[in-house]
Design a protein around this ligand. Structure first.
Ligand code: UDP
Length: 327
């Protein structure tokens, strides 16, 4: 298939583009490089530096390329930033996506895979969280993604768009080539590696007073390559899964302290830790039931243990100690 990957210079999009190309697809990466890295674009992909608010540029891309499906990763994804700047999040995660859908429809493209999030659930009432769990996001990031999910339902009913929504839990890990590199960095593993390499003095644990076994937040870490495989399976058989929502996680929660211990094991170094107040917008626990993805998509995560996820991310960090910019 010919697949347009928005946000294909970002963390999950770059790995997804790589996996799609490995599976024989043609990929066009669309990214404005506001967050992504040119170095993270697979050299086998075509690349267009375009902002999704630029309708003329979108028309040029759809007119000039045979596109069978779109995978939409381009988004803002920081919970705390979204609490401070909700307008920014609704523009990036909702308005820009509508521009993309409108451009697709102008050119007869009707297959769409949406990169959504466990943050759509809010504070879970049951754990692990199934897809039919109520969606009551507690931060604008989750709310913006949920709103776009609802918009997609309307585009399906009214315009015949076949879409699949993927709700990721905590994407982590790296492929051989592409990994996690944000500026500024806010995610747990890259920050722990910066501490391990002496690039930061200490790791701040955001809250030790959560109602969890050790008082720190529980998250379900899922390998980015496994996430990419789920997307590839879905796009290859999209009419069959049209309108479905899938959780992507490993159905096992690890506390922040357990993640620190895993990094200490894999990197063979001690991590200095400070205790900080809770970070705004963080739920205590987010653990997926991914039974639906396993049964319906036949999705089988290859890297289900935390140590295997951490090991792949650590290997990438050692190859790119200062991220792509230092490469
Ligand atoms: N976390 C932390 N200190 C940090 C970064 C993250 O304690 O410097 C915690 C955060 O509160 C959350 C978990 O690590 O419980 C994962 O956070 P991350 O930002 O990686 O992903 P998120 O859960 O926000 O998608």
């Amino acid at each position: 298939m010919n697949i347009l990957v928005t946000g294909g210079a970002g963390y999950i999009g770059s790995v997804c583009a790589e996996v799609l190309i490995d599976r024989g697809h043609n990929v066009i990466v669309l990214d404005d490089l506001s967050e992504g890295h040119r170095e993270a674009v697979d050299p086998r992909a075509a690349f267009c530096q375009v902002n999704l608010h630029d309708e003329v540029a979108l028309d040029t891309i759809f007119r000039g390329n045979p596109i069978d499906a779109v995978m939409h990763f381009a988004a803002l994804c920081l919970v705390e930033e979204s609490v401070k700047k909700p307008g920014l999040y609704y523009r990036a995660n909702v308005a820009a996506g509508i521009n993309l859908l409108d451009a697709m429809l102008r050119h007869g493209v009707k297959r769409f895979i949406f990169s959504s999030t466990a943050a759509t659930y809010g504070e879970p009432e049951t754990t692990p969280i199934p897809e039919e769990h109520p969606t009551r996001p507690i931060n604008p990031y989750g709310a913006s993604k949920l709103l776009f999910e609802r918009i997609l339902e309307e585009f399906k009913v009214n315009s015949g768009v076949d879409y699949v929504t993927m709700r990721y839990f905590n994407a982590a890990g790296a492929s051989q080539k592409y990994g996690e590199d944000h500026h500024p960095e806010t995610h747990i593993l890259p920050i722990l590696f910066e501490v391990a390499l002496g690039q930061r003095p200490a790791f701040q644990i955001f809250g030790t007073d959560y109602p969890t076994a050790d008082g720190t937040c529980l998250r379900d870490y899922v390998h980015v390559v496994d996430i990419a495989e789920a997307h590839a399976i879905a796009v290859e058989r999209i009419p069959r899964f049209s309108g479905r929502v899938f959780n992507l996680g490993n159905s096992r929660g690890y506390s922040v302290r357990e993640v620190i211990e895993s990094v200490e094991r894999i990197a063979s170094r001690k991590i200095s830790v400070n205790i900080s107040p809770r970070r705004p917008g963080d739920p205590a626990s987010l653990v997926a039931s991914s039974a639906r993805a396993r049964h319906e998509l036949g999705w089988m995560p290859k890297y289900s243990s935390l140590d295997s996820i951490v090991a792949s991310a650590w290997a990438w960090k050692q190859r790119f100690p200062k991220g792509y910019r230092g490469s």
